[in-house]
Design a protein around this ligand. Structure first.
Ligand code: NG1
Ligand code: ZN
Length: 552
């Protein structure tokens, strides 16, 4: 395509998706994310970039997902998905940021510049898959995305409302047809199909109950489970809540992030003591479990991403042993937010290697690739399992040539692999994995919770002038700047039994996040507040200084 025909890039921008704001926007851990009304030009331009990316990848399909995940309704966002269903290559984040922020007048020239820089052959075909969440601003943004693709003569394919992990799955399948069929039916067929296969091999026994409550965060995940539920033949007794409609607002007072961060149950339905609840986030890529007890003031017990990781890893270990493939190296990848008790349990009880990396799924995914089988989860419930070719081949061989018992375990493991969305953390796939393990063990949710006891913890946010004034090292567990902050944190942590705390700039919000854990909830709350004050004082806090909790 000669650069002269890029005129249409400018024409579309001016006529349909003009840049109406000078607010600088950055491609962060989860793509671009901000108020929906600031995004239309950004999404249009990401449509352009997706076409360029597709051509750089020899015409392989690129994904675009319109969502702001667990954020509230007024926000929205866009992120690009690379050909194997993984997050956009990190070196392109700067390119995306540049393209999003130039003026409409400079858009054509910048597009030409980027095409040259990345050496895209504009004569090639380009294919872009587009998906969106349930926000009312999403259809408009998805249309802007498609226009961006069309402006550079790429072919958009719109999937409508899908979960984020579904879109990742479609992209992967489109580029690698051995993985599955690139549409919603293909997704159900593979992932739900594998769950049903497994259920035929297992008997419901012990304390496991098929009843599972779902907090759908009033987003897309619950809606899809409603579809899946109809085909489940009673293998699960799903009680669906917060499906949107009935006045429930997306992620407001419900959903995985609400449950995890506030450590309180979702609103919007009545909880029955000791019954499992799985809480999804707005775009269906995070899941946490919880239950409440029968105290007069019911207490909530949370089973977060760390719990899910340990549950899955311990079950996979058992199956590997049963099929005589224990030489396959399994590892767990976590971030600094992982509860210290989970890390100790992995090391001391499960005796599985564990790695800590920077926040952001791409870092976890990358580290997990270093194992034959890598289990990675953020504490917030975003994670999955990935299996190397070597692992898959070995298990497949055993399923054909092994002794009868080994064969059985290998067949189960093959279904377990099929049930896993390896491209990215997926609440629905994770749900089926968890339910499989609990069913196989005949375990109730309390028994699962008894595997280890979490250290009480607290997460807080601090507003500062420039969050990048805080720089970190050691997988974000230590602050390098501002000067004196780490020393202060060390002094505070030293006052508490089992104390641990850190502060890091968020990649998705203009804030600094503070995390603390300690022997009691009072102490965790106090330590988090004290560290917040230190951040406020030493890193240029804005507004009111964080207060210590009342009981201090
Ligand atoms: P930031 O805002 O950088 O902390 C949050 C989550 C990440 C990840 C991204 C993307 C926490 C503490 N942080 O990032 O784990 O999920 O959003 O959505 O949960
Ligand atoms: Zn999400």
């Amino acid at each position: 395509m000669p650069p002269s025909s890029l005129r249409v890039v400018y024409a579309f921008a001016r006529e349909m998706h003009p840049k109406t704001t000078d607010v600088f926007i950055q491609y962060g851990t989860a793509g671009f994310r901000t108020k929906a009304n600031l995004l239309e030009h950004v999404v249009y331009r990401m449509g352009l970039l997706a076409v360029i990316r597709s051509r750089v990848k020899n015409g392989r399909t690129i994904g675009m997902m319109i969502t702001a995940s667990h954020n509230l309704e007024p926000d929205n966002g866009v992120k690009l998905v690379d050909p194997d269903g993984e997050m956009l290559e990190e070196s392109w984040e700067e390119i995306a940021t540049r393209l999003a922020n130039v003026s409409d007048n400079d858009l054509e020239a910048t597009t030409v510049e980027i095409i040259k820089e990345v050496n895209a052959d504009m004569a090639l075909k380009a294919s872009v898959f587009i998906g969106m969440d349930t926000r009312y601003t999403s259809p408009r943004l998805a249309a802007a995305a498609a226009n961006g693709v069309i402006a550079l003569k790429g072919t958009p394919k719109e999937f409508g409302i899908v979960t984020t992990p579904m879109l990742h799955f479609f992209v992967k399948c489109r580029n690698d047809n051995t993985y599955g069929t690139p549409n919603e039916e293909g997704y159900y067929e593979k992932i739900v199909g594998a769950f049903k296969n497994i259920r035929k091999r297992l008997t419901v026994h012990g304390n496991y109950s098929t009843r599972l409550h779902i907090d759908g965060a009033n987003g897309v995940g619950g809606k899809k489970l409603n579809i899946i539920n109809k085909s489940l033949d009673g293998q699960l007794d799903l009680q669906l809540h917060n499906l949107g409609g009935n006045g429930g607002k997306l992620n407001l007072g419900c959903g995985a992030d609400h449950v995890k961060v506030t450590q309180t149950p979702a609103t919007g339905f009545t909880h029955t003591p000791f019954e499992r609840v799985a809480s999804l986030d707005g775009d269906g890529d995070r899941i946490v479990y919880y239950y409440v007890n029968d105290d007069p003031e019911p207490k909530m017990f949370l089973l977060d991403g760390d719990r899910i990781a340990t549950l899955l890893a311990s079950y996979i270990t058992e199956l590997l042993q049963a099929c005589g493939a224990q030489h396959l190296q399994m590892g767990i990848v976590q971030t600094a937010y992982a509860n210290g008790a989970s890390t100790n349990y992995i090391t001391d009880t499960l005796k599985i290697p564990v790695k800590c990396v920077k926040t952001g799924v791409k870092h976890l995914h990358h580290a997990a690739l270093g194992f034959d089988i890598g289990v990675y989860f953020e504490a917030n419930g975003h994670g999955t399992v990935i299996y190397s070719k070597n692992a898959k081949n070995t298990i497949s061989r055993i399923s054909q040539e092994g002794e009868p018992e080994a064969r059985k375990a290998a067949e189960l493991l093959l279904d377990f692999i099929d049930m896993t969305n390896e491209t990215v953390g997926d609440a629905l796939s994770d749900l089926f994995l968890v339910e499989t393990v609990l069913c196989a063990r005949g375990a109730s949710v309390q028994q699962w919770a008894d595997y280890y006891t979490d250290l009480p913890c607290r997460q807080l946010k601090v507003i500062v002038q420039d969050r990048n004034a805080i720089t970190t090292t050691d997988a974000e567990r230590q602050c390098m700047t501002p000067e004196g902050l780490q020393t202060r944190i060390n002094e505070l942590v030293a006052k508490y039994n089992h104390g641990r705390a850190f502060a890091r700039p968020s990649g998705t919000e203009d804030i600094v996040r503070v995390y603390a854990e300690a022997d009691t909830q009072t102490n965790a709350d106090l330590l988090a507040a004290e560290v917040s004050q230190a951040v406020f004082d030493l890193a240029g806090g804005v507004g009111a200084r964080p207060e210590l909790p009342a009981q201090a």
